[in-house]
Design a protein. Structure first.
Length: 142
């Protein structure tokens, strides 16, 4: 993935995340009919995982191979910061430890997906390089 593409993706994602987490009223599942056996807490946890997957992906894509796991720590710290702000300053939102944990789980999945995706891209690039016909030096010899 090109660095510029990752930076644009991270910027757009960051703006959307800020709107989502700092809006006065968060999405509510009250009044929504959920299938039997599916709790609002499970849906909220899955949503938290899904929301932080792109963050883990984009941050990891900006880091060198051996340092991609630093993205998990950065995303976790951001999540704790968000939850703290929600708890302390946004009376219409509720920040809690469970959200920080599920957000971090999403970041871990995003980092894993990034690592897999970049490995697939590396193999494709290598396969193309092997498949290209090599110019021989025989035509330059007399």
């Amino acid at each position: 993935m090109r660095r510029g593409t990752a930076l644009w993706g991270l910027g757009i994602y960051g703006a959307l995340l800020a709107v989502l987490v700092f809006s006065p009223v968060g999405p509510s599942l009250r009044g929504v009919h959920l299938p039997a056996g599916v709790s609002a807490g499970a849906v909220e946890a899955a949503a938290n995982v899904a929301v932080f997957m792109p963050l883990g992906f984009f941050v990891a894509s900006l880091l060198p191979l051996g340092r991609r796991w630093l993205a998990v720590g950065a995303c976790s710290a951001l999540s704790v910061g968000i939850e703290t702000v929600q708890f302390a300053f946004l009376s219409s939102r509720s920040g809690n430890v469970r959200d920080a944990i599920t957000n971090t789980a999403g970041a871990v999945l995003g980092v894993l997906l990034c690592s897999i995706w970049l490995r697939v891209l590396e193999h494709r690039i290598a396969a193309r390089a092997v498949a290209r016909p090599q110019l021989s030096n025989s035509s330059t010899r007399s």
